[in-house]
Design a protein around this ligand. Sequence first.
Ligand SMILES: [Cu+2]
Length: 103
Amino acid sequence: MRVLPVLFLLASVPAARAADVSIEQANHAFSQSAVALSAGDALVMHNDDGTVHNLSVIDEDGDPQDLGLQQPGKTLRIQFANAGRFTVRCALTPGMKMTVNVH
Ligand SMILES: [Cu+2]
């Protein structure tokens, strides 16, 4: 019975090849400053710093989505369902910023 929701989730993944792109957060910087994705792809953000980060995704209208505190060593997956130009920043680290173009 407990397996059923998982099966449903897997079955609902679109046939398009969604991909995960790994980004390291080290020395208070993202490993890439600009990333191109297809709709449905995700960023997998690794906090390799010894300090907490607090990522937000900001859309073209400037509306931020706060992803909360990310402890050292933790991974955060951000899926982009729709096309658009987004900015990922850390609220705690000035200058820690990345552009995400989703096609
Ligand atoms: Cu930070």
